[in-house]
Design a protein around this ligand. Structure first.
Ligand SMILES: [Zn+2]
Ligand SMILES: [Zn+2]
Length: 100
């Protein structure tokens, strides 16, 4: 038997779809304990991914600065018009939405 069949059987029996031994919470497939574990897992995953994303954004930021490109949209900066700037005219004037 696969886990999926187990799961369907648990649901059909009106039991928690994960452990199959406790009653699920109203309008949910999981019991309280499994819901709690699931939520904990979700939070950890979210935290891990957020840090990864942050690192990536920072990397991108430095790469753009070093290659003389706009830190907002990544287009090459104009040697005169954008001299001493880190973002292009479009980003500076707010034509593109940026976080910088
Ligand atoms: Zn359960
Ligand atoms: Zn730009």
């Amino acid at each position: 038997m696969t886990r999926k069949i187990f799961r369907d059987k648990f649901i059909a029996d009106g039991k928690c779809a994960n452990c199959g031994s406790r009653e699920p919470i109203k309008r949910n497939l999981y019991c309280g304990l499994c819901m709690l574990k699931d939520r904990e897992k979700g939070r950890k995953w979210y935290k891990k991914n957020k840090e990864k994303k942050k690192k990536y954004a920072l990397n991108e930021y430095y790469i753009r600065m070093e290659t003389n490109r706009c830190i907002g949209c990544g287009t090459p900066l104009h040697p005169e018009a954008d001299a001493g700037r880190v973002s292009c005219i479009n980003c500076r004037e707010g034509l593109y939405a940026t976080n910088y």
